[in-house]
Ligand binder design. Structure first.
Ligand code: SF4
Length: 383
């Protein structure tokens, strides 16, 4: 086993954003201290098991809102990671942050503890939109937090969203310009999807959610995909744009079939071809660890077909696409033996293209990614 990634999930937020269905809880601060203790126990146990198996090349603490924890609790988690795993040195270490939950003192402690990258959920630089989607910070606070992080010495990424209720193309243009003016290295952009069980889903059911039309969303998508590269951010994955050398190494590893360990409630792991998911519920996760039990449940065993499909879907999300050599090494088959007809059909439709080293989506293919991914599903014998 070579290098691998480590993901740590912090399932707390100050308040739930109206579109969010991530496993995170608001108003559950009373559990934070017990969660931190349980998480540190899991980190120590997993670190001990993996110590001989390889070196950690990326760490990512996400959520939820890691910076919603008390600073001492977050630092204790970081310390446990450093003590329990063998880090490669120069590893990328990212913490997700909400601009409403950082200050200079916390940033200084994170930097001193070896965190070198911060990923801020900002979503928009319109105060009206931020309030309409339930964010806890203003546009000005987001700009201040990003500037503070940059001055402290972090690499910074920022998330934006389009297709928000009431959002116009002019709003989006303003947000993209303000994000780029911060001169950060990385920007992620996601289209709003109304997920079951969220306040937005309930508003939609009762006709109170007024979203931009498909055409308006299409215009926003076209603007983003043209404007960010023009500003120097190359698109290296369907939703991710970076200046040269500023790509997220942690996320790239997910898309490149690299193993990772997930720690904390609802975290996923991918290890030696097996997929595991930790207990989702906050209390059940804590109870498991306190009882000395593993919180991990194995997902359905990964068949060769499903491994091939997943390898293809994930790789196709990236600008590089499916690496033909790695495909052959992993599955002992040429990608054209498995997907020859599909590739030919999608090439004719202008959705994929072939280079000497890879099969990748064209710009049109990225726009209609779901259509392409469906084609990469393999037929299975029902016998
Ligand atoms: S801060 Fe992030 S994780 Fe928390 S509710 Fe909002 S979108 Fe979800």
């Amino acid at each position: 086993m070579g290098d691998f990634g480590v993901y740590v999930h912090i399932p707390f937020c100050r308040r739930k954003c109206f579109y969010c269905d991530f496993p995170s809880y608001a108003g559950e601060e009373r559990w934070m201290s017990r969660y931190r203790k349980a998480l540190c126990r899991e980190i120590a146990a997993q670190g001990c098991r993996r110590l001989q198996e390889g070196t950690v090349r990326t760490l990512y603490i996400g959520g939820g809102t890691p910076t919603a924890l008390l600073a001492d609790d977050l630092l204790a988690v970081i310390c446990a990671l450093r003590e329990s795993f063998r880090l490669m040195g120069g590893e990328e270490f990212t913490v997700e942050a909400n601009p409403g939950t950082v200050d200079a003192a916390l940033l200084k402690r994170l930097l001193a503890a070896g965190v070198n990258r911060l990923s801020f959920g900002v979503q928009s630089f319109s105060d009206a939109l931020l309030s309409a989607i339930g964010r806890i910070h203003t546009a000005r606070e987001a700009e201040d937090a990003v500037r503070m992080a940059k001055e402290a010495g972090f690499r910074v990424s920022l998330d934006l969203m389009y297709g928000l209720p009431g959002q116009t193309l002019a709003d989006l243009k303003d947000s993209v310009a303000r994000a780029a003016a911060l001169d950060i290295g990385h920007i992620s952009v996601y289209g709003l999807a109304v997920e079951d069980g969220t306040p937005f889903a309930r508003m939609e059911e009762t006709g109170r959610l007024h979203l931009p039309t498909d055409d308006e969303c299409g215009d926003m998508y076209d603007y983003i995909t043209a404007e960010l590269p023009r500003l120097g951010y190359h698109r290296y994955e369907i939703s991710n744009y970076a200046k040269a050398g500023e790509e997220s190494r942690h996320n790239l590893a997910y898309w490149q079939d690299v193993p990772y360990i997930g720690l904390g409630a609802a975290a996923h792991s991918y290890w030696r071809g097996r997929r595991m998911e930790n207990e989702k519920g906050l209390c059940r996760y804590i109870a498991c660890i306190e009882a000395g039990l593993s919180p991990a449940r194995e997902e359905a065993p990964c068949s060769r077909e499903s491994h091939i499909e997943e390898f293809a879907f994930l790789a196709l999300r990236t600008a590089y696409g499916i690496d033909k050599r790695r495909f052959r090494e992993t599955f002992a088959s040429d990608v054209r033996e498995v997907y020859g007809e599909v590739i030919a059909r999608l090439q004719t439709a202008g959705l994929v293209e072939e280079t000497a080293a890879s099969i990748r989506l064209t710009a049109q293919g990225m726009k209609f990614g779901n259509r392409v991914f469906e084609e990469f599903l393999l037929e299975r014998d029902e016998a």
